[in-house]
Design a protein around this ligand. Structure first.
Ligand code: BGC
Ligand code: BGC
Length: 660
């Protein structure tokens, strides 16, 4: 059996010093520079990870015995709703995925055992081909905040909340826990972490980003990958994916799959930093971004990342020494000009090794074989792609164990990690206002809970939760966790808590405090974009939240607002109506962590102090989506330990439309 002798954690990878200074000096006018300079602009890892000679020999041996059809099959990734195990056998399919909201037997409540049974069937099919050496199929999944598609699995806070925690060790443990949950269902590849360094919060994927701060993203990338991958062959180890390469968080106006208009220096200093962290931890796979890079900033669009040979092949695989596999995003190749969703020589020639063609995989195989026969794709490129796929599979020990079978060594309860998630929730909360020290709330009083978010799993969980968009779910679809209303009842006793969604008509004076839980509805990808010229004013999108606060505020009873959101939003009107205001991001299933911090202990002490700090700037005007003149800067966060002075009312404005 292959052992990964040379893969220790002792190898130091550091960046060449003076990074920021040197790359920023290169900003602008890059197109004219000779190629070597454009490569040298990228700080190289000081130490590269050594390869394992035995694995390399095995890669060559397996490759030598493969037909063209088998090679292209290995480069194909199909979706479980469009492929059967027997197809994997017949077409030598290299990988499958389940998209957001795809489950075994189309059963949203499928058990870990059902997942593992399906994983076994796919694996066995791949090992019973007529190849000289059968190559195991690998199953990838968007486990982006825990193993989120799986019924009963803990949902951790989305990345934006983890960024607020400023704690790489916490990320490492969450990566570890998610990997174990994934392996407990027979899967061995997660499409995480997202390393976008988001610059414009109108983007609907802002919550998948740890922070606008590249250094934080770099340190988290490393920690997550270390946690998730372990030594790659352990029973709780998975392959991690650094995504989406490159510049996904930099698109103009925050448009999903849009155009990133930045010079090379900024691409390196901001958007590439997470990849330095992930590669230092030896991430085995990289997913390409739908977005384009428009270096000159001129025109509608730059080069689609899926066609960017310079960044994928020369930089990532060359300069940065990445020897794992590059996978394309969902049907992304069709967006390369001149390509279709089943045919894109340009993407493969640019360096894409595995193509995510969820549905039309048969045609993709046929078209790609034709492209190789016609010479549109050189055989050397195919061999390189397949070598990388084989290398990663060998490193992960996939030839040696059926992951569906191996899942049995883990308890099915491994999909839950409630204590860790609750700890992460506590660490993610950012206190923005606490006039007269109304928080922490004493126990013993009667609390009125209001707001759409208080008893809503979808709102606390956000996108990529059981389904792709996080919508179309009812309480019974989660199978674990609690809402904040439930947590408050648990903390104070059900008799001490009254719930009214809107607060309308309630005699507030009967209560010692109001807890208002407001927020965004769930969304994923482009559906979450706040599209130009719309503003980031929360009230413009959710006027009912303002109405709720108006119903309870100014009655002489302190109002504590908890906001669930996947981005920082303009909320001066809501903040003015609140005595205390907490940014809780998208906490996931363990909202008890919020109650832990909001309430004093039974003995009247502070149980848990706020420790979160803003991962993104908090806007002071509805149109400031890029942190230009924030109300609260990145890093801001109040503590109980210092008594904040009462804040005067904030200026309120809510223009209907924003300028360029
Ligand atoms: C997303 C990726 C995701 C993939 C598979 C794409 O639409 O951009 O982040 O990994 O789908 O679900
Ligand atoms: C899938 C997602 C994918 C998306 C892309 C959905 O149907 O479930 O995983 O990211 O399509 O458009």
């Amino acid at each position: 059996m292959m052992r990964l002798a040379a893969r220790g954690h002792d190898r130091v990878v550091a960046l060449v010093g003076g990074l920021l200074a040197s790359v920023l000096a290169l900003g602008g006018c890059q197109s004219a520079a000779p190629v070597s300079e454009r490569i040298a602009a990228w700080p190289a890892p000081v130490v590269r990870h050594a390869r394992d000679a035995a694995i390399e020999a095995r890669v060559s041996e397996i490759l030598a015995g493969m037909t063209l059809e088998q090679k292209i099959g290995q480069m194909t990734q199909a979706e479980i709703r469009s492929i059967q195990p027997d197809d994997v056998r017949r077409y030598y399919i290299g990988s499958i995925l389940n998209g957001g909201g795809a489950w075994p037997n189309n059963n949203k409540h499928a058990s870990p055992e059902e997942w593992a049974a399906l994983a076994s069937r796919f694996y066995e099919a791949s090992m019973s081909t007529d190849m000289a050496t059968p190559v195991p199929v690998i199953w990838g999944v968007d486990a982006v905040h825990g193993h989120n598609n799986v019924f009963g699995a803990t949902l951790f806070p989305h990345n934006i909340g983890l960024g607020a925690a400023h704690n790489p060790d916490l990320i490492r443990r969450i990566g570890r826990s998610t990997a174990r949950a994934t392996r407990a269902t027979g899967l061995s590849w997660v499409f995480a972490p997202t390393l976008a360094v988001v610059q414009d919060q109108r983007w609907g994927r802002t919550y998948e980003s740890f922070s606008s701060n590249p250094a934080l993203v770099r340190s988290y990338a490393r920690a997550y990958v270390e946690g998730a991958q372990g030594n790659l062959t352990g029973p709780g180890d998975v392959l991690a994916t650094a995504k989406h390469f490159l510049g996904d968080g930099g698109t103009f106006h925050g448009v999903d799959q849009g155009d990133t208009r930045v010079p090379l220096g900024e691409l390196i200093a901001t958007h590439a930093q997470g990849y330095y962290g992930a590669l230092a931890a030896d991430a085995q796979t990289v997913m390409i971004s739908y977005s384009s890079w428009n270096e000159s900033g001129v025109g509608d669009r730059g080069t689609r990342m899926h066609a960017n040979r310079y960044l994928i092949t020369e930089v990532l695989k060359g300069r940065l020494g990445f020897d794992g596999l590059v996978v394309s995003d969902w049907n992304a190749i069709e967006q390369v000009p001149g390509c279709t969703r089943t045919r894109c020589a340009e993407a493969i020639n640019a360096g894409v090794d595995m193509v995510m063609v969820p549905d039309d995989w048969r045609q993709f195989i046929a078209d790609t074989m034709e492209d190789v026969r016609s010479g549109a794709i050189p055989m050397s490129r195919i061999d390189d792609a397949v070598s990388r796929i084989l290398r990663v599979k060998l490193r992960a020990g996939l030839f040696d164990v059926n992951p569906g079978e191996a899942a049995r060594s883990l308890p099915s309860s491994a999909i839950e990690d409630r204590a860790l998630a609750r700890e992460a929730v506590r660490a993610s909360l950012v206190l923005l206002k606490n006039d007269n020290g109304v928080l922490p709330l004493a126990r013993g009083g009667r609390v009125l809970v209001v707001g759409r978010g208080a008893d809503s799993y979808p709102m606390q969980s956000g996108g990529w939760s059981r389904t792709w968009q996080g919508t179309e779910n009812v309480r019974e679809d989660y199978g674990t966790g609690q809402t904040l209303l439930e947590a408050v009842r648990e903390t104070l006793g059900a008799d001490a808590v009254t719930y009214s969604e809107t607060g309308a008509g309630v005699d507030v004076s009967q209560f010692s405090a109001v807890v208002a839980v407001l927020g965004e509805e769930p969304y994923a990808e482009g559906r979450g974009d706040v599209s130009y010229p719309a503003s980031l004013a929360h009230t413009a999108r959710y006027p009912q939240d303002l109405a709720t606060l108006r119903a309870v505020s100014g009655r002489g009873v302190p109002v504590v607002t908890v906001l669930y959101s996947g981005r920082t939003v303009y909320a001066n009107d809501l903040i003015n109506l609140s005595d205390a205001f907490v940014a809780a991001w998208l906490p996931g299933t363990e909202t008890g962590g919020i109650a832990d911090v909001l309430f004093r202990t039974e003995r009247g002490r502070v149980g848990f102090e706020f420790s979160g700090r803003l991962p993104f700037a908090w806007p002071n005007s509805p149109c400031d989506s890029t942190g230009g003149s924030p109300l609260f800067p990145v890093g801001f966060g109040l503590r109980y330990a210092h008594t904040p002075r009462a804040q005067g009312p904030l200026p309120e404005a809510a223009p209907a439309a924003c300028g360029s």
